[in-house]
Design a protein around this ligand. Structure first.
Ligand code: SAH
Length: 354
């Protein structure tokens, strides 16, 4: 009877070494195999020419090497490319490559759908289906790496569909392989986990000994407003979230980036800027990234909800933060013409299918 093949991308170095030792193979073969997969981008075991024919055959019989299929891609005028990727069970996720002057960032998804139902985000609109496996997330990263082969893939952000800290173990395993010198070899400081803010998971992450970037989607600096935008805030209000952030900074000595979508008439007035500066100034190492809202749902946009404020309002908000001593960046919207903002492509695809 044929063996059920599993994804070799789900294995860490130790697990592959154990498998090889079981075959009476030297364990250094594990690094050779990973180098074919993660560095040379070879997905066919039969082409791994420094392995014996017999080992190649065993690998072929036991493992798969890539866990998705590219279904659809779209390219923005600014070079941003968005891919809809089909999983083995006919679910879809999206991944985006975002070129900039000295970097190319790959944005990957961590779940099919999302449980957290943030009001402004398309990802939750179709509900939650399932977690992505380690192999599926690594396949996304490898897919982006091979797709932008001419430009080196320098950064990975877990900012696609899903909540990475709600798929904690798989995401951490994927992060370690993206970072490992025998894996994708992308520096930890070039890997970002973005979260809606789950204090127990943030505290756990602080203990991992990783130098990765942590990004928290804040979007409002008072509980009432934040709860109305992000239901997770009812379970973990700002005081809980910020106490976990303090612990994280204390333990890792790393800065946390707070994402703040500027929504017209909702959170972009100067009082909101003041509230934001007050809360951020309670932390030793923090910065805020302002993101002018990207309307995901034309129906909401028609109602005047989820529109970005005008330029002047954005600059006044930014200026208020700077004057209050907050470290601020303003994110240039990327890929808006190809619906590359969170969850849009998958949502649109599903709507078309219905
Ligand atoms: N669940 C994670 C990662 C996915 S969202 C998180 O909450 O961080 C990635 C980022 O895109 C978050 O900062 C999110 O708030 C933001 N985002 C989602 N929808 C958006 C929209 N319509 N316009 C602008 N940013 C959006």
């Amino acid at each position: 009877m044929p063996v059920q093949r599993r994804s070799i991308l789900g294995l860490d170095l130790l697990q592959l070494e154990e498998f090889l030792i079981g075959l009476k193979q030297p364990k250094y073969r594990a690094r050779q195999i990973f180098s074919w997969i993660y560095q040379k981008q070879v997905r066919d075991f039969s082409l791994m020419t420094d392995l014996s024919g017999e080992l190649r055959k065993i690998l072929q019989e036991n493992f798969t090497c890539f866990d998705l299929l590219a279904e659809k891609e779209s390219k923005s005028e600014d070079g941003t490319e968005k891919f809809l990727l089909k999983l083995y069970d006919a679910n879809f996720v999206e991944a985006v490559s975002i070129p900039a002057v000295e970097r190319t960032t790959g944005c990957i998804s961590s779940q099919v759908g999302c449980k957290f139902a943030c009001k402004f985000c398309a990802s939750g609109a179709l509900g939650f289906k399932r977690d992505l496996s380690v192999g599926e997330m690594l396949s996304e990263a490898l897919f982006l790496k091979s797709h932008c082969a001419k430009r080196e893939l320098t950064h990975i952000v877990f900012m696609g569909t899903g909540e990475p800290l709600d798929n904690y173990d798989n995401v951490l395993k994927a992060v370690r392989m993206i970072n490992a010198p025998y894996g994708m070899n992308i520096g930890a400081r070039r890997i970002t986990i973005s979260t809606c803010g789950i204090p127990p998971a943030i505290r756990k992450l602080a203990q991992e000994g990783l130098q990765i970037e942590l990004s928290i989607s804040l979007h409002a600096a008072d509980d009432k407003k934040r709860s109305s935008l992000m239901p997770i805030n009812k379970k973990y209000p700002l005081a809980d979230l910020f106490s976990a952030c303090k612990e994280y900074i204390e333990k890792t000595n790393r800065q946390i980036t707070f994402e703040y979508i500027l929504i017209k008439g909702l959170n972009s007035d100067l009082q909101s800027a003041l509230n934001l500066s007050k809360i951020l100034n309670t932390l030793k190492l923090a910065k805020v990234n302002l993101i002018p809202a990207n309307p995901v749902d034309p129906a909401l946009a028609r109602k005047g909800w989820m529109e970005p404020p005008n330029k002047l309002e954005i600059l006044m908000f930014k200026d208020k933060l700077i004057k209050s001593g907050v470290n601020v960046t303003l994110r240039r919207p990327r890929g808006a013409d190809i619906e590359a903002a969170c969850g849009q492509l998958r949502l649109r695809h599903a709507q078309k299918e219905e």
